[in-house]
Write a new protein. Sequence first.
Length: 254
Amino acid sequence: MERQYSGIKAAPASCLLAALLLSSACSADKPAASPAATPAPTGTSASPEGGSGGDATSSPRGPLRVKDIAGHIEQEAIVKLLASGAVNLDGEMFQPNEMIQRGEFLAWAHGYDPKDTVKKKPDQPVFQDVPADHPYADLLAGLKASERVTAMQDGSFQPDKELTREELAQLWGWYQRTERILSPKQDYSDTFMKFRKDGDKVQEIYRVAVDHYIFFDDFYHQVFGDVPRLNPQMAVTRAEAAAWIVKFYEKKES
């Protein structure tokens, strides 16, 4: 059985969006008004603080000013992810249409929902291509110790490689400890992917994971677009990564 996600308190979505777009005050101290509101990690909130145009989003590290997400299709998810404190934003740009790397995606996932993972200083490389002084070495050491990451086929992890859609499905399934992905009991490879024009393009190692997130209320297409193709080797944008993380927990709580 898949791990049950423990509910965590969140600010209303309207407050989060107001933090980006409006200069008027909006309190995040009240509990979410609707069950559909997205959970964020305990102890986080969002409120409009300072800045002309109200383009500040608060996080555990204080107000964040984001200049390049207004009007983006995934604006709401990005705001919620930023408000959770999961993203170490450098400057005032989120760069929603830039590609995200594998290590950074896991850092966001861990920042939003750390699970049972604690970062740990490795005594030796946790993967053959992740030296102990790598920026994500502590995180990956903790994730490996809690069995929430898996290596590439060659034993490497490639944290600085752009994350592809099929890799995201596999990494997320491992991070969530999804039983079907961890220990597939039978070949599911043609269950749902056969209805996609390029379902045969998904690499064998990722087929069960991709198929699972098509089965999971067609979550794959909710994030990447309701189109007949999977484009499994396409790189994931930062906006899509934010949408995957936030919308997954929205769905779990709905």
